[in-house]
Design a protein around this ligand. Structure first.
Ligand code: GLU
Length: 301
């Protein structure tokens, strides 16, 4: 369904953005920046902002983390416009999408171990490039197997709103990638594409650590006949060692008693230039200023 809204000047497609945290721990400054960036870009464009909990990987999810993230967002004054969806409840939709790809003859089972793959692979943009062993010699599905998608040499190009032109050839840059793991868990790349389409997302604003995943997602969108959203990849927050802030690097949770300061820090990190007095106001005056003055051109590339 396509939604159009009439404003005084022209007819603009409705902007639908989202924040899609993985509930592996509480919100930290790195995820706060992605939340603030996606929220402000949506609100600046008078769009909708959705929240999706990416708990497809049940082994990584931490009990209570999703609730905690949502409550932190609420207390920071970030309201989502539609019901939150949980990937853990969407297996049927992922299964259907996999079937569509399977009917195109692009899915094959693979029984290679990690070691076998790393021993016989060259390293691509996101780890070893699968050498195609089980494509050449079809594997028995009686054994535990992952499902891979066959890639090709076409150039996948897209224009990131912030980072500009991007191109990948999946076969040589990434290789045939996994869509379902041996334990039956659907891969992030498939789940994110199915959900962005199901939620009619028009703009994906997220951390630049996912820039290299975007061509894989566009490839799947093309095969599944989904619209391709616009992408804007924000700078990633790193620690003193240059590592991305994450639960693994022991990032400190957002401290709600200090909410305004942290929101202002996130704005500064995104290159925005709020007046110093913003700290004398409250969360509501903060958002009022930030929504009106959001400027993508100021974000450091
Ligand atoms: N769930 C991913 C994360 O928390 C974000 C995925 C996305 O925005 O596409 O890093």
């Amino acid at each position: 369904m396509q939604n159009f809204v009439r404003n005084n000047l022209s007819i603009d497609p409705i902007y639908r953005g989202r924040f899609a945290p993985s509930p592996t721990g509480p919100l930290h400054f790195g995820s706060l920046v992605a939340a603030v960036g996606s929220y402000l870009d949506a609100k600046f464009h008078h769009g909708r902002w959705l929240v999706r909990i990416e708990d497809v990987d049940s082994q990584r999810k931490v009990t209570g983390a999703a609730r905690e993230i949502l409550s932190t967002l609420e207390r920071l004054g970030m309201e989502w416009d539609e019901e939150v969806i949980y990937q853990s409840q969407r297996a049927e939709a992922y299964h259907e999408a996999l079937n569509v790809l399977s009917k195109q003859g692009l899915i094959y089972p693979c029984i290679c171990s990690r070691k076998e793959i790393s021993d016989s692979s060259i390293i691509g943009l996101s780890g070893p490039i699968y050498p195609g062993t089980c494509l050449k010699n079809p594997a028995s599905v009686k054994k535990a197997h992952v499902l891979r998608i066959q890639t090709n040499d076409d150039s996948i190009q897209f224009e990131d709103i912030l980072k500009g032109a991007n191109t990948q050839k999946l076969r040589s840059d990434v290789g045939d990638f996994v869509l379902r793991r041996a334990d039956g868990i659907y891969a992030y790349q498939l789940a994110v594409v199915v959900d962005d389409a199901a939620q009619n997302i028009t703009h994906v604003v997220r951390g630049a650590d996912l820039l290299d995943s975007t061509p894989r997602q566009i490839f799947l969108q093309q095969l599944l006949g989904y619209p391709i959203p616009q992408y804007l990849h924000l700078p990633v927050v790193t620690d003193a060692k240059g590592e991305k802030l994450s639960k693994q690097t022991n990032a400190a949770p957002v401290n709600i008693s200090n909410a305004l300061t942290q929101l202002v820090d996130a704005l500064h990190f995104l290159g925005q230039k709020p007046p110093a007095e913003i700290l004398e106001g409250d969360i509501s005056s903060f958002w009022q200023w930030a929504k009106q003055n959001w400027c993508v051109n100021l974000i450091p590339h």
